[in-house]
Design a binder for this molecule. Structure first.
Ligand code: ZN
Length: 69
């Protein structure tokens, strides 16, 4: 355990399977968040969502999670 652990980064998987996130967004990690679970909890406060997609979970930033219609 180091004093400056980077923890984990959770980045946006994009609006759909074939499309990368236009903003290449990643969740801004809070000071106390080290695990993926904690980082995703931070993301939810900022409007991030998780979506089941072809048997796996995709992380979506607020821009990509918003309905495109
Ligand atoms: Zn995105």
């Amino acid at each position: 355990m180091t004093a400056h652990s980077l923890g984990v980064e959770v980045s946006c998987d994009g609006p759909d399977e074939q499309t990368d996130c236009p903003g290449s967004a990643a969740i801004r990690i809070r000071f106390a968040s080290l695990t993926a679970r904690e980082v995703r909890a931070d993301g939810r406060k900022d409007g991030w969502a998780r979506q089941r997609r072809a048997g796996r979970l995709a992380d979506l930033c607020p821009g990509c999670a918003a309905p495109s219609t």
